[in-house]
Design a protein around this ligand. Structure first.
Ligand code: SF4
Length: 177
């Protein structure tokens, strides 16, 4: 059923993730859209057409990698809210970056492998059992969809970080390198 989404940019992770975390919970929390210096590496990487065509405020275009990255300007509490964050959530809607659509799940890399991991920092997901999360990932075939989309968002991938539970692994093929 989800095969048709694999090659599209707007695969419906956001819709699927709502099964685990309600929109209301996300809207109240905003944790994943606010950063301090320790998690600045999680700032969204805007790629594809959105990076090329939009003049996003505070977003610096990286010509070499064809991506846009926000330059954090921390407030007096040491926090930087993503400029795309509004009272009603992300202004990018369904065009939000790959990492944001997938979060709190993440595709990370370790050597020649993609890993589907889960951020241990999401307050809402941490209320679910691992079994619930595994069943959710399997039900929606999320690992395959995430891995199949990973190559076109390679600038948004991060090296594996200890402590992130791993739910699936895929060897990166020569074609994807
Ligand atoms: S791009 Fe949108 S979803 Fe991603 S961090 Fe910014 S406000 Fe949040």
């Amino acid at each position: 059923m989800f095969v048709s989404y694999i090659c599209t940019k707007k695969f419906p992770f956001t819709i699927m993730l709502k099964e685990l975390i309600s929109s209301q919970t996300c809207a109240k929390c905003r944790f994943c859209c606010t950063f301090d210096s320790s998690d600045a590496w999680e700032l969204p990487v805007i790629d594809g057409q959105l990076a090329q065509t939009s003049a996003l405020q505070h977003c610096r275009f990286d010509v070499k990698n064809s991506v846009c990255k926000f330059a954090p300007q921390y407030n007096s509490e040491g926090l930087f809210a993503c400029p795309m964050l509004t009272e009603n959530g992300c202004r990018l809607g369904d065009n939000k970056p790959f990492d944001c659509r997938l979060w709190p799940l993440r595709v990370m890399t370790a050597g020649n492998y993609y890993l589907l991991t889960l951020s241990p920092n999401c307050p809402a997901t941490s209320q679910h059992s691992l079994t619930t999360i595994i069943e959710f990932i399997e039900k929606h075939n999320i690992a395959q969809i995430a891995f199949d989309n990973a190559q076109q968002h390679s600038q948004a991938l991060h090296h594996y970080i200890d402590g992130y539970p791993v739910f699936a692994i895929k060897k990166i093929t020569n074609k994807e390198l």
